[in-house]
Design a protein around this ligand. Structure first.
Ligand code: DGT
Ligand code: MG
Ligand code: MG
Ligand code: MG
Ligand code: MG
Length: 267
């Protein structure tokens, strides 16, 4: 087909191919979820429905993009790690980022009512996305550790903050004042001595966030076969299927990565 005289505008497009051999991380984050969580009555400091919906939406992303080797989420954010050898969308950053973010956003709306059975969705939420490349396993693990440390710091703060407000009767500004300058040890002590809460007994999902990886699950299925000159019969066949498994554990130390050594490719 002959080229039109307009065709030259294509040359204005820039190449955004991600560097080879690097892990490609897409992180998305809810837009203005401070307000969104208020308006939809999220429980404080953690809403199990909201976290469940975030994880369900992340699973939908993984189901559609099998080269995601691990995903990690906390609060209103989720990070998706594409295996370093992926050639999905020819490694184009904008394609990867927009597909992840739009699949996630539409799933968040699609599954909303399964999680928020009593609370209607009041307006369409949105999520921003960014792409970051990590060249080594060390860098990638440090990235995930950074997000999990962030989860811990925020969750410890929020747990004491809301205990002071909901159980201690302080105003939000008084609670803020009480917590100014305190370190982790002080917060643990406050929770324990004033509210009889052992922070380490709080649900792992809240303290550690959600890590999604692929699991190989054996599955027995029944198949109908019809051998020549015989009647149709049923046979049982075992097949292995990839299934998503959710973990709420520490991913900063070695143990998780030793137990799931197939998740990352070697350097
Ligand atoms: P952004 O991301 O710059 O558009 O602004 P925000 O407001 O989304 O800020 P961000 O992402 O730093 O913080 C997440 C907000 O979402 C934070 O205000 C607390 C809220 N949020 C997330 N998960 C929960 C939850 O389980 N319960 C409650 N009550 N709030 C939550
Ligand atoms: Mg922000
Ligand atoms: Mg946000
Ligand atoms: Mg956030
Ligand atoms: Mg198209």
């Amino acid at each position: 087909m002959a080229k039109s005289k307009f065709e030259y505008v294509r040359n204005f497009e820039t190449d955004d191919t991600c560097l080879k051999n690097c892990y490609i991380v897409v992180r998305l984050d809810g837009r203005n979820f401070h307000k969104f969580s208020e308006q939809h009555g999220f429980l404080k400091p953690n809403d199990k429905r909201a976290l469940g919906l975030m994880a369900r939406s992340a699973e939908s992303v993984m189901d559609n993009m099998e080269d995601v080797c691990v995903a990690y989420g906390q609060s209103d954010e989720f990070s998706f790690v594409f295996k370093r050898s992926t050639n999905l969308f020819k490694r184009r950053a904008s394609k990867l980022m927009t597909h992840v973010t739009s699949q996630f956003s539409s799933s968040f709306v699609f599954y909303w009512a399964e999680y928020f059975t009593e609370q209607p969705l009041l307006y369409p939420p949105s999520f921003d996305g960014r792409v970051v490349l990590y060249p080594s396993n060390r860098n990638l693990r440090d990235y995930l550790s950074w997000r999990q440390a962030d989860c811990h710091i925020n969750n410890l703060y929020n747990t004491v903050f809301w205990a002071l407000v909901q159980k201690g009767g302080l105003s939000t500004s008084q609670a803020e004042e009480r917590l100014r300058g305190t370190v982790a040890g002080d917060k643990n002590e406050m929770l324990f001595s004033e509210f009889n809460i052992n922070y380490n007994s709080e649900p792992q999902q809240y303290r550690k966030g959600t890590t999604l990886i692929w699991n190989m699950a054996e599955e027995v299925v029944t198949k109908k076969v019809k051998p020549a000159n015989e009647n149709e019969k049923e046979v049982h066949v075992t097949r292995t299927r990839r299934k998503i498994a959710a973990h709420h554990c520490d991913i900063i130390g070695e143990q998780f990565w030793e137990e799931h050594s197939g998740v990352l490719e070697s350097d």
